[in-house]
Design a protein around this ligand. Sequence first.
Ligand SMILES: Cc1cc2nc3c(=O)[nH]c(=O)nc-3n(C[C@H](O)[C@H](O)[C@H](O)COP(=O)(O)OP(=O)(O)OC[C@H]3O[C@@H](n4cnc5c(N)ncnc54)[C@H](O)[C@@H]3O)c2cc1C
Length: 395
Amino acid sequence: MSSTPKVVVIGGGIGGLSAGIAFRSRGIDVEVYEQARALGEIGAGLTLSPNALKAYEGLGIRDQIEAVGFAGPGQVVRRWNDGVEVSRVDRSGYPDIFGAPYISLHRADFIDVLAANFPKERLHLGAQAIGAETVGDRAVVRFADGTSVEADLVVGADGVRSAVRRSVVGEDAPVFTGTVCFRGLVPYEQVADALGSKDWTLYVGPERHVISYMVRGGDVVNFVAHVDTDSWLGESWTQEADVHEILDAFEGWHEPLRTLLGAPGTFYKWALMDRDPIDSWSKGRVTLLGDAAHAMPPFIGQGAGMSVEDAYVLAAAVAHFGQDVPEALRRYEQLRVSRANEMVGRARAGRNKYHLKESWDPKPSGAQNRTGIAHDDIYSYDIRDHVDFDEPATV
Ligand SMILES: Cc1cc2nc3c(=O)[nH]c(=O)nc-3n(C[C@H](O)[C@H](O)[C@H](O)COP(=O)(O)OP(=O)(O)OC[C@H]3O[C@@H](n4cnc5c(N)ncnc54)[C@H](O)[C@@H]3O)c2cc1C
């Protein structure tokens, strides 16, 4: 291994902090710059599937993440109007089948774990990047306050509205997916009778679906209620939502579900945006990671998972190829672009699968595979098995 380069990561979200941890785990000098004045995440839940947890195992923090997660007993699909159970998968066997469980957790708890594993003095808050370029054999990031920093490699992990992406691929605006979602958190004890279990549950119906799962160790229910719509008229992509707006959107749906959607609390409405897939994420010594590279709708729960897989590979490549940053980026893209772009396509297709148009298809999605578990090929994947930079390059 040649001498290790200095890396700057833009964005201190899930992908950026994971990248920071991954670089440090390989002994690489890294600094993270985040535009917000304090680290944080929206008050909502997130799921991590086995492939994501195996990548975090590779970073040495899987146990800490599992400790703030909830591994629910089952995965249940229900019919929208009468709640009839269409399919049920027992998730308790996932560690044996896939090598890790499927967990759900509060985003703030997740960020806390990531932040606790990255040195505070290397995290620069209130630093808004406006662009990044390669100048000679250095990469330079410019910030809104007029300052700049140099490194051997700049990684844009600055989310779906990435400024670094503009420097890499030019102007390409995020795309409205045609779906908005309402998100809420409700104490389980308030809705225990209505829900009856702590299963991850998907209600599917005409032009809508609702996913609910537990966070905070099973004490709080997170729901995400998706509704198709022609356009998003809001100035911001996030707005506070009125509970009546949610209940109106789910008029006629199963009463116990409406009990959850109508429970007291603060709810938000989101425009779901994604990006058309691109074949290259890098320009010179600047590259992309996470949503900045491959934003996808949440319908297969893989956005965060893909960002930690990216982080694992990029850090391994930079550690292996040292000062040959272009070769490290070539190998990073070789391993990551097609898998992440496939997830974008599958996530987009998920919306059509869940939002019934005319007929009810009672077959659970993806049932025709080895385990009978939808997306089992995604969950079986272990990024650590795919990183072997000692092999000669094939392209
Ligand atoms: C409704 C919904 C549900 C989801 N559910 C799941 C799920 O269950 N499982 C899953 O795996 N994924 C899920 N996702 C996707 C997941 O949230 C994202 O893929 C993940 O957060 C991406 O992380 P990221 O670090 O790339 O981007 P972000 O989390 O957006 O982080 C980007 C960071 O960069 C900072 N930043 C932005 N611009 C700048 C700048 N110019 N300079 C400096 N800093 C900047 C931001 O402040 C932010 O901290 C969901 C997404 C949505 C919308």
